[in-house]
Design a binder for this molecule. Structure first.
Ligand SMILES: NC(=O)c1ccc[n+]([C@@H]2O[C@H](COP(=O)([O-])OP(=O)(O)OC[C@H]3O[C@@H](n4cnc5c(N)ncnc54)[C@H](OP(=O)(O)O)[C@@H]3O)[C@@H](O)[C@H]2O)c1
Length: 262
């Protein structure tokens, strides 16, 4: 049985804890830090696996894996007076601080990895980046989605920035639904239709072999048909160049953690 301690039980930690506790056949012990008392307490009441500890140090002392789930600007203060052990594994959700940046803060613990969980983890879906692929962490987070292992921490920023398409995706979804309702169809039907269409397309995207991924746009349009007309106009207008352009902009310029952690 693995003991997994969470320091910082906020939005993303709660999503991950809920996903962990919903996995069948797992008996991990989940130790929660006492701050955010209401959230930690309700997790402990809901799941037998979860226990709220009295202090952050107690979480560390009883954990095989310590998950850091606070915001970047809270990190330095949170870990300042804590003592880690050399034999425990540190798994961090904190954006902008790679394992090498965490090392001096959690010494003598030396097995450190960064994770990028995304909200669909609550449904055991979506990617979960793990860098590097520490075996204990891969085992502890198994079943929570598609574990994407990166070996080079210098590349974490690429996937962090690439994940910034979530709200745009839902904006796209809602614009098409609104267009349908503007044309006289009931919102419930419009919503069901488009969300089901997107679900079906995502499923096709998942089962299509990588070698055929680039064929999909052509496969899903008829020569001279409606899909081809819409895509051609959007391509012509630079619609699809705008997206990687903006990803490059945030990759080059966005501050994920400012110097000094402010
Ligand atoms: N949200 C996402 O989708 C997402 C995805 C990937 C990665 N992340 C990363 O995950 C981290 C957490 O994000 P979040 O959205 O979950 O933030 P959040 O909801 O603000 O959660 C942070 C939690 O840490 C607690 N905390 C702060 N200092 C603490 C301390 N000294 N001891 C114990 N707990 C402490 C906070 O308590 P208080 O509320 O009392 O301050 C809060 O409950 C961030 O570093 C973010 O970069 C988030």
């Amino acid at each position: 049985m693995t003991s997994i301690g969470f320091l910082g039980v906020g939005t993303i930690s709660e999503a991950v804890v809920r996903a962990m506790c919903a996995r069948p056949g797992r008996a991990d012990r989940i130790l929660l830090s006492p701050r955010s008392a209401e959230r930690s307490q309700s997790l402990a009441e809901e799941f037998d696996q979860c226990v709220v500890m009295e202090t952050n140090q107690e979480v560390i002392d009883h954990s095989d894996i310590v998950v850091l789930g606070m915001r970047p600007q809270q990190l330095d203060e949170a870990v300042a007076a804590l003592e880690f052990r050399h034999d425990q594994v540190i798994a961090s959700f904190i954006a902008g601080t790679p394992p090498s940046g965490l090392a001096p803060l959690v010494a003598p613990a030396a097995t450190i990895c960064q994770l990028i969980p995304l909200p669909p983890i609550t449904l055991h879906r979506g990617p979960l980046v793990v860098c590097p692929g520490v075996p204990e962490v891969l085992a502890a987070f198994d079943g929570l989605g598609d574990l994407i292992v990166l070996d080079d921490e210098a590349r974490i920023r690429v996937l962090s920035c690439a994940s910034a398409i979530m709200s745009t995706y839902f904006e796209l979804q809602n614009h098409v639904i609104d267009w349908i309702t503007d044309h006289g169809i009931d919102e419930a039907i419009a919503s069901r239709y488009i969300r089901s269409e997107l679900d079906g397309l995502a499923a096709v995207g998942q089962v299509t072999p990588d070698s055929q991924r680039r064929d999909l746009p052509g496969d899903f349009q008829t020569k001279g048909g409606l899909n081809e007309r819409v895509r051609a106009v959007l391509l012509d207008q630079g619609w699809f160049d705008a997206l990687p352009g903006e990803l490059t902009e945030i990759y080059d310029n966005a501050v994920l953690r400012t110097p000094g952690g402010q």
